[in-house]
Design a protein around this ligand. Structure first.
Ligand code: V4E
Length: 199
């Protein structure tokens, strides 16, 4: 499945509006550790390798520009898919093979996510913490089964946001916000390579 998602900076009243009439689904907390090589070989190609509560996942972009209205990523969770995408040899311990290939943690953050359903839309409200870093953001998401349906999904997300009176200004995801505040050198690399649009 392809996740089509758009992030929003939400005021308390925005959260109340979005949640009103939606169905509460779940609340969970998880810890993400993001990995890259010392020369940022993955993130400068907008590829995001993380371990979420100990399970590796790889996000690979399906879009082609930092001028994004919504984010589209393929998400790989199977070990053999991740090994193939990272060109890792076959092996028995993915974590040590990732380390041996030169990928090391650059951001560890804990998210408390409240999830709501609104028809076919999923709404996430995330509270993110990492040491002295904290950040809140919302996300509206649709799942589609083929690339040809992505644009329609983006239009539907933007239509819902417009009905709710949400601002569709660009929003930094949690990791980008973390890098901007905590690791400006890495952040600058992402801007220079066109992965992130500075604002
Ligand atoms: C895709 C991405 C990153 C990886 C983290 O993805 P994100 O959707 O922020 O995390 P989360 O926890 O909501 O994942 P889910 O649980 O939905 O799978 S870090 C940066 N990006 C892309 C990105 C970008 N290139 N530019 C900007 C401004 N924001 C995000």
């Amino acid at each position: 499945m392809i996740e089509v998602e758009k992030k929003f900076q939400l005021s308390e009243s925005d959260v109340a509006k979005l949640i009103d009439g939606a169905v509460f689904d779940s609340r969970r907390s998880f810890t993400d550790v993001y990995f890259d090589s010392p020369d940022y070989a993955l993130t400068t190609r907008d590829i995001w390798l993380r371990s979420r509560d100990g399970y590796f996942q790889l996000k690979i972009p399906l879009h082609h520009s930092a001028e994004r209205m919504a984010d589209q990523y393929d998400e790989l969770g199977e070990e053999d898919e991740i090994r193939a995408a990272l060109k890792l040899p076959a092996g028995t311990d993915l974590e040590s093979d990732i380390a041996a290939a030169g990928y090391a943690p650059f951001c560890t953050c804990m998210t408390t996510r409240r999830k709501y359903k609104r028809g076919s839309f999923t709404i996430d409200y995330d509270e993110v913490k990492a040491d002295d870093f904290s950040y809140n953001l919302g996300e509206i998401e649709l799942l589609v089964d083929e690339k040809s349906k992505i644009q329609r999904a983006i239009d539907d997300i933007l239509a819902l946001a417009s009905t709710m009176g949400l601002k569709t200004a660009p929003v930094r995801g949690k990791v980008i916000e973390y890098l901007k505040r905590k690791n400006p050198g890495h952040y600058r690399k992402l801007v220079d390579t066109g992965v992130v649009k500075d604002f």
